[in-house]
Design a protein around this ligand. Structure first.
Ligand SMILES: [Zn+2]
Length: 75
């Protein structure tokens, strides 16, 4: 895949976990497709992915499930 930032071939799509907000408003989204480029080190998401993320963030109640997970705070 061609990197949108530096134009070199070799960028790979990876599925990463992203988190937004904190405390009671923390929202975790798993398996977000992120394009990583080994040449320029850039990580970015496609417009379609960003749109979908916005959609999830707007109404997490419809799309998210509540899970009890350990959350650590770096001190
Ligand atoms: Zn690149």
């Amino acid at each position: 895949m061609i990197c949108d930032v530096c134009g070199k071939d070799g960028a790979r799509q990876r599925h990463l976990t992203r988190s937004y907000g904190k405390g009671a408003s923390l929202l975790i989204i798993e398996d977000v497709p992120v394009i990583c480029c080994p040449h320029c080190g850039e990580r970015y998401m496609t417009a379609q992915t960003l749109e979908q993320l916005e959609c999830i963030k707007r109404s997490p109640g419809n799309l998210a499930t509540i899970r009890s997970v350990p959350v650590a705070v770096f001190k």
